[in-house]
Write a protein that binds this ligand. Structure first.
Ligand code: ZN
Length: 211
């Protein structure tokens, strides 16, 4: 949305309180850019440097994209279908890639998620798994919370017999600074319903190991 927005366009837009969503977004974009300029200035950088001339706008635009999950209406519309086949086994989507931003340091953490559920009366289109994951990933986030939010979404929309989410991720705040542990993988899991049973979790892990 913010792409190619010209300063003249921004000047014509009204105040945020009375503006349309597009106008509010333009104002938000301008405010974000101005905060980025503040940080760069505070660091003593010369903002007339050719490489920094539009960095404020690029970062503002990138933030609006990376934090899109915070926007009203960003929640994916998930259509569920009746489980007419009475399928009572595990449905799993594994190795779904994602990128998110650590809420503590605002640097990326990224990796793969593995989602599974055992249907009750409703099933869900498989393509929705990655949409749900992306919705919760596109915000300042914690891996633990992301894992819980995804499994809770499945629980809430599907009322399955059970659901399980495992996320494996690398955190740049761990790798680039502080303790510096390059390549370390953080693994989180969240379960609902029948996945509390060891045998069901073992089936999940067994399916996960099959590459
Ligand atoms: Zn962090």
């Amino acid at each position: 949305m913010a792409k190619n927005r010209q300063p003249e366009t921004l000047a014509r837009l009204g105040p945020a309180e009375t503006g349309s969503p597009a106008e509010n977004e333009a104002e938000q974009f301008e405010r974000l850019a101005s905060h980025v300029r503040g940080i760069l200035t505070e660091l003593g950088l010369d903002l007339s440097d050719p490489n920094l001339v539009r960095t404020d706008e690029r970062v503002a635009e990138m933030y609006l994209e990376m934090f899109h999950g915070l926007k009203e209406g960003a929640e994916p519309r998930v259509t569920t279908f009746p489980n007419d086949e009475d399928y009572k086994h595990m449905v799993m989507e594994k190795d779904i890639p994602f990128y998110s931003m650590c809420a503590h340091h605002l640097v990326p953490f990224y990796g793969h998620a593995h989602l599974a559920y055992i249907p009750g009366d409703r099933i869900i289109g498989l393509s929705k798994f990655s949409r749900i994951l992306e919705f919760y990933a596109k915000r300042p986030q914690l891996q633990e919370r992301l894992t819980e939010q995804v499994v809770e979404f499945l629980e809430d929309k599907l009322h399955p017999m059970g659901a399980m989410v495992v996320i494996e991720a690398r955190h740049l705040c761990v790798e680039m600074r502080g303790v510096k542990k390059p390549g370390a993988l953080t693994v989180t899991s969240a379960i609902r319903g029948v996945f509390h049973q060891r045998s069901v979790r073992e089936e999940f892990l067994d399916l996960l190991r099959r590459r």
